[in-house]
Design a protein around this ligand. Sequence first.
Ligand SMILES: O=C(CO)[C@H](O)[C@H](O)COP(=O)(O)O
Ligand SMILES: [Fe+2]
Length: 215
Amino acid sequence: MVKIAPSILAADFSNLEEEIKQVSKAEYLHLDVMDGHFVPNITIGPLVVEAISDKTDQLLDAHLMIENPDQYIPDFADSGAELITVHAEACPHLHRTVQNIKEQEVKAGVALNPATPLTALDHILPELDLVLLMTVNPGFGGQKFIEDMLPKINRLRKRIEQNNLDIDIQVDGGIKPYNVDRVVEAGANVIVAGSAIFGSDDPGQAVVDLQESCK
Ligand SMILES: O=C(CO)[C@H](O)[C@H](O)COP(=O)(O)O
Ligand SMILES: [Fe+2]
């Protein structure tokens, strides 16, 4: 089943509780953590994740776009994140970082930037619960989907199937009602959407519309 993960990056932060309530039909809530170093933007930390965890039963999906994530993994797990995703590009000791996530007894994800090849997953894939394929360059919401990511998604899905693995493929960036069917067809099964949901007049309906488009 395909799951929708609204990214609160595009929500009204002055009214976050109400914004989150509107998207409660989505299975995940995607929390973009940016440090101003790995990406040129700064967003939220564990304190905000903890505040959100009191307000929803959705799976809290922390997308860490930060350098040295190992330093903060326990804090994000303690704050209620149930899936922690780190960027391969930010982790010189990726295997150790993934083990650090698993020690916290939360799901472990690895994200790849658009220009990072799938070979970055060669010696880590069986350890993962999820691979996040960025479909824009990370740092900002509202960017244009990079079409060249479709064959990348498909190659990863085939590799997962050929190796009899049970790993989610999440896509993040520029996903809209008009292209979501193509990312699902290519093999993605966790769909992040920020501006397509919170930029619409009715975020709750936008979640339902995306769910319908995935069927
Ligand atoms: O990780 C991200 C940016 O780095 C966001 O999750 C992503 O950009 C979602 O926003 P949109 O759907 O508007 O593209
Ligand atoms: Fe994200």
